[in-house]
Design a protein around this ligand. Sequence first.
Ligand code: BGC
Length: 813
Amino acid sequence: MEQQKRYGHFDDQHREYVITDPQTPWPWINYLGNEDFFSLISNTAGGYSFYKDAKFRRITRYRYNNVPMDNGGRYFYIKDGDTVWNPGWKPCKTPLDFYECRHGMSYTRVTGRKNGVEASVLFFVPLKKWAEVQKLTLTNQSNEVKNLKLFSFEEWCLWNAATDMENFQRNFSTGEVEIEGSTIYHKTEYRERRNHYAFYHVNTPIQGFDTDRETFVGLYNEFADPQVVIEGKPRNSHAHGWSPIASHYIEVTLQPGESKDFVFLLGYIENEQDKKFSAPQVINKDKAHALIAELDTTQKVDQAFAELCQYWDALLNIYNVRTGNDKLDRMVNIWNQYQCMVTFNFSRSASFFESGIGRGMGFRDSNQDLVGFVHQIPSRARQRIIDIASTQFPDGGCYHQYQPLTKRGNNDIGGGFNDDPCWLIFGTVAYIKETGDFSILDEMVPFDNQPGSEVTLFEHLKISMDHVINNLGPHMLPLIGRADWNDCLNLNCFSWDPNESFQTTENVSEGTKAESLMIAGLFVVTGKDYVALCQKLGKTQEAERMQKAIDAMIEAVKKHGWDGEWYLRAYDFYGNKIGSNECDEAKIFIESQGWCTMAEIGAQEGMVAKSLDSCKKYLECEHGMVLNNPAFTKYIYEYGEISSYPEGYKENAGIFCHNNPWVIIGECLAGRGNDAWSHYAKILPSYVEEKYQTLHKVEPYVNCQMVAGKDAFKPGEGKNSWLTGTAAWMWYTVSEFILGIKPDYDGIRIDPCLPETATDYTVQRKFRDAEYEITIHPNGAQKGVKTITLDGQPVDGTVIPYSAGKHVVEVTM
Ligand code: BGC
């Protein structure tokens, strides 16, 4: 194997990933903000900010898929004599004497050094504030006095990120700004219906500014050589239309050894309708002044940063493991949990692969994200469940996506994805098990957000199960509808028109024949959870009714869903098998293996073990398990988008990391710890980081949605990092099934499944009002708990009963 270049390393003590070369194989990004105000930031300070919704409230402009890549961001230009440079290397790309980017928990620190000057910028969004802080520290490390010219730069987006990119006949005439002291206000469209504006402030007097892009950059220049910076002189331009920007100009003198801080603040304000203006055409700045006053000194900013760090300390102290294996510990304790927070916040809306204008929050996606997040901030998870359920219809179906700002279902994509309803049970059960809060089931939740239509959340769960039962096909298996978890298996969509979307309302039919084995397995898994919940609630009849439906589904799978060595994937529109040995290509698919083994369907008949073995034989490769095998080599009209991808990419035999954990959990339930671990380690970022930084390309500290599979041109190359259900599934898998600490209604169930090589480990777990220190002695066993003691007393079974306070638990296997 070629020696892979390294671009950075983990710093576990500070919970940071340290990037030491700005020319990473792809922008390596981080997220700032945890609620309401968010920013994306690359290792060269590229990216953008928005309030709540990356489509409807985009604050700063960003150019996706541009040349050069990662174009636009918050840039500081430092002019030292004739040399102009940026602390993050870009956009000037002046060679630096030192460069470092530290991505941490909701903050990023970028440091550059050039000719004896160090510029270090700390970027973060303070808790509960609608603003991004950029604390720039300039230090003169030379022996001479430095006279520097400092220019800041942000480019405003005209709020709606979609029309911002297309409606230029309007956009070039609407832009408006105001300038007051050291603050530049962006108020486009505020004169009419908008009640919000943004501002960019610095906590020092400025010697000039610019707010018109072409004046600052120059029509024939670039971000790399803005004419104002090259000339070293601001023009105090006032934008009227065209493209408003914000740039401060500051003259800085530094004695040898001297250091100065500058606090830049990018803020967002909303005003009440009757308080929009302080004078005709003048925006009411009271709230902006107040926000600025809270963050206008180094001391205040340092305090806000300390609070953010404490916030993360507390979050990451809820589940903490010490195994002695750094690569595992850092993923479990830091990065996997961090990624879960980010996916919970953004679903699949805004990353460097998701433009922020396409998708809002996914019904299935957000429910799955919950299992990675619910232990962190249960109250936010609770609200999310209600929001999601509010987009359901009375028959149990639902909108596939909704917009975070309005919380309304997204009409462009509609509904009809028949796996969607089951996920509501998955998310809700995870919430109740974590919190013990059954009261959520009594919450009154509307259909399609229509006031007056409210029923209890429990009723929503019931109709979710019923939606599957009411939509069975000829083999008594679930009808797939528009698609199941695999958005690209479009069995009721027949398209020869490249202008049609495979997944939207152009589907010719919802179909009466195409059935999904993935939904069958999902129905059994979530159905068992539903039955247990009903029993817990004393709803015996409902439990019995559903148990019958589950039993029938299990029989249907055994009878019509087994191919001999693995589970079928589906039946198509005409009732032909998909994912069968009889097929020419794509004989086996991962989704149905995952879900039917998790459901343990046919375990006694040997189906589970055979299916898991087939995954190893046909799907596994060096970088993980591919989605299907062999890959499709041609477009299949009856299958839709899945066959539109080249071999080895995305849903056509890519390693779609999201679904690998399903098989891993199947392995864990079957007690095959060695196999579970080997599948897990293959897609664990810290293992990939060590070996494949160049090949993998995307951020080595988080999972990506897809790694090119064995049939691809470049197996092992990653894509679509950050926003993927992989985060929550990796967490769920390792925390509950591998390390075996599983929240349950009455306590914590302990049931690890480990490789034989595992040694003793300790998990510190906060759970409701209790804190458990659980030490597991595997003794070479892969599965099977022999004894448990709680505070020295033996426990019957595998559930430690919940009681508040601190407890010590010893487990031998
Ligand atoms: C979507 C998921 C979907 C998966 C597989 C992702 O991009 O967000 O909802 O399950 O692709 O198609």
